[in-house]
Design a protein. Structure first.
Ligand code: C5P
Length: 215
């Protein structure tokens, strides 16, 4: 299969020296990219800035902002068999980013933010993607309910949910605990290393892709 994976955070510039971002390390997306490549698939990794080494044998498109990630995905998605959106995309970006450093003045400041495009949510509706579509849901409460909402809204074949409020797993960690949410059922996968979980996820997504092709 040809598989596109988004990973890492995005950085939304405020001025030349500052940005808004989030706590994604990129570890889950990079582990998935490595697992797909090890299983013999052709991987294109579209990634925001991380400290991780790009796994061997995969094509790599580095991006910074959500808009750059949206554009890179839009350029490549049409020729993919499957896509896994593991990036923690910033939902909003500063409405303007001046060319010069913002100087401090006054006791408070207000930053206007505007909505970024939903890249996963655009895959079917705007980019007309017909392959196997997988997203993540990082939640702090009501994991299954929120994940199922995303599955339907973003027209995915699978949403991989994780509870980011649990200590020791999820963001920045090497470990995770997952809830696989499919259209007709859900399955909990107990805590394990992201590396091991990735091999399991590759097998799940291979089955989904084979079913999709056959239908
Ligand atoms: O709606 P929410 O951001 O919680 O959905 C998470 C899923 O959507 C993840 O798979 C994430 O990579 C994807 N996403 C995206 N573009 C955005 C926001 C989220 O691709 N702007």
């Amino acid at each position: 299969m040809k598989v596109l994976i988004t990973a890492g955070p995005t950085r939304e510039p405020l001025d030349p020296v500052r940005y808004l971002s989030n706590r994604s390390s990129g570890k889950m997306g990079y582990a998935l990219a490595a697992a797909f490549a090890e299983a013999g698939h052709h991987v294109l990794l579209v990634s925001g800035p991380t400290d991780l080494d790009v796994p061997p044998g995969i094509d790599f498109v580095p991006v910074e902002t959500a808009l750059e990630m949206f554009e890179a995905v839009g350029r490549h998605l049409f020729r993919m068999d499957a896509a896994v959106f593991a990036a923690a995309v910033a939902d909003y970006r500063p409405a303007s980013a001046p060319d010069q450093k913002i100087k401090k003045s006054g006791e408070s400041m207000t930053i206007e933010l505007i909505r970024n495009p939903d890249i996963l949510g655009s895959a079917r509706s705007k980019m007309n993607f017909t392959g196997t579509l997988v997203g993540f849901a990082a939640e702090t409460e009501n994991l299954e309910e929120h994940a199922r909402g995303k599955l339907v809204r973003k027209q995915c074949d699978l949403i991989i949910g994780n509870d980011v409020s649990k200590p020791g797993i999820g963001f920045e960690s090497d470990r995770n605990e997952l809830l696989l949410v499919y259209p007709n059922h859900s399955e909990a996968i107990p805590e394990d290393e992201k590396h091991h979980l990735s091999h399991r996820l590759v097998r799940e997504i291979e089955v989904l892709a084979a079913t999709r092709k056959g239908s």
